[in-house]
Structure formats: structure tokens, C-alpha cells
Unconditional design. Sequence first.
Length: 136
Amino acid sequence: MSTSKKWIGSLVGCAALVLSLGACGGERSGALVTSPAAAVTLSAGCTPTADGVTVTWSGTPVASVKVSFLSGTKTASTAWVNVTSAASGSKLVALPAGVDTTWLVDTIAVASSRGGKGDQTSRQLDCATVSATQQP
């Protein structure tokens, strides 16, 4: 098995573990272990602001980010947004057309190359479950 396939296999396994250990609360974040030397941490709130969603990462180079949103049974996603490739940073991602502050952030994805190319890592934030449990 090639090193790339082993890396992707361990990433998928670790992602499943992280998703099963998600914490409750309005702010959602999680670490995805990509190799023994690097951990990717993605942070974003469950609800976007009028300006969008700030995605923060650390631990591995990121060149593009993408955010998916959920409102009831409706879904929407941003296009891949290119960022300055760096091992850590943050990017404000604007809301796509039709999405407002009543929507929930569903998934954050990062890619190692511009335009969503290269190695991709994503994390579902499970905000819909958190919101349902926080309502009176």
C-alpha cells in the first residue's frame, strides 16, 4: 500500500474517532490526527454571523477551505475559498446566496491545494444535534 493510501486510511479512522468524541456546546471544534507529527484543528461556531464563518486550523498546511450549511432539510455550500497556504491560520468564509444567520454550520473542509485539490480533510460539526438539545 502506498504511503498516500496509508495516510488517507489513518486520517479516515482518526476522523471517525474525533467525530464520535465531539463535545456539546455552541462552539464546535475538533482535532483530526493526520500523522504522528501533525494534528489539524478546525474551529467554527454553529451559527454564522452576517459576515460569514471563520474557519481556524493548525498543524498542517491548508490552501483552501469550504463550509457547508444546514437549515431543516435544506443544504448549501460555499465554493472552495483559497487561502495563503500555511500550517496555521484562519479565514472568514462569506455566506453563499440564500444562507443567513438562522442556518447552522454543518461541515468544514480543508484541502492541501488551491481550489479544493490535493489531500482533503473534513469535519461535520454536528450543530443540528446541539441546537435541538439546547432548545427549551
